[in-house]
Design a protein. Structure first.
Length: 247
């Protein structure tokens, strides 16, 4: 199954996301029926229930864009993994570079979030990626290891679980620039190597994210070991997103 994860970020408001889904309702339903392709919609927390209700009878999955590292308690403004599960979320993005940078999310927070999600049977979509200064396979590996290790160590004793890892080089997000496939393939090999060493029981799906669009998607889809794509900007235009899925 090839995954298409829509990260709508905070582009739509409560009203406009509803309109967008209604206007493109038949289009989304069409995409939900394609064989071996799974669409995962990740809107803001405020509309998770509404979106899940709109597409209730169809094979579209709902994901959140973040969750709390804590189970429950005095954490004002946070949303718990258990609430996400009750709102029909089956996936949740964690460790997105925007959250790491602007909200100072640490690797320790992210590993707790992964655990909370897995305890609630939600598949974490762990985002990792190096900044421009750390571009280059060997340097990037060190950077990525620091992001992967705390999460792998935290979940390694959970038995057979599923984890999506989205490799999103920070310099490729929203910039229109993408790495060469060979570069991504080397990074994927490394992620597999580290995961096999630390948590061999985890079933990993490897995703790529960062400036995927209708023009480069064919090239991106030929990346070895690729299990799906995480799409930001191009998901704001349904026609573009549809092309990405169909191509
Ligand atoms: P982009 O965003 O597709 O706009 O580069 C990807 C992401 O932030 O996950």
């Amino acid at each position: 199954m090839f995954l298409y994860i829509i990260n709508w970020k905070m582009y739509f408001s409560f009203r406009t996301i509803g309109q967008f889904c209604q206007e493109n309702y038949h289009g989304f339903i069409g995409l939900s029926k394609l064989e071996n392709k799974k669409i995962i919609l990740c809107p803001s927390h405020t509309v998770l229930i509404a979106i899940s209700a709109i597409f209730e009878d169809f094979e579209l999955e709902i994901g959140a864009q973040n969750c709390s590292a804590y189970m429950s308690g005095p954490y004002t403004g946070q949303v718990s993994a258990i609430s996400l599960a009750q709102m029909d979320c089956t996936y949740c993005i964690i460790g997105h570079s925007e959250v790491r940078e602007y909200f100072l999310e640490s690797d320790q927070d992210i590993s707790e979030k992964a655990l909370r999600l897995l305890e609630n049977k939600i598949v974490p979509i762990l985002c990792i990626g190096e900044n421009k200064e750390n571009y280059g396979v060997e340097t990037a590996k060190k950077f990525l290891f620091a992001q992967l290790e705390p999460v792998f160590k935290k979940i390694k004793d959970l038995g057979r679980i599923r984890l999506c890892i989205a490799y999103e080089p920070i310099w490729a997000i929203g910039t229109g620039v993408t790495p060469k496939n060979e570069y991504i393939e080397k990074i994927f090999e490394y992620i597999i190597e580290v995961s096999e060493k630390i948590c061999p029981n985890t079933e990993i799906t490897l995703l790529y994210g960062g400036s995927v669009n209708e023009n480069n998607v064919k090239k991106m889809k030929s990346i070895r070991d690729l299990g799906g794509l995480l799409i930001g900007g191009a998901s704001l235009d349904f026609k573009k997103f549809e092309k990405i899925v169909q191509l």
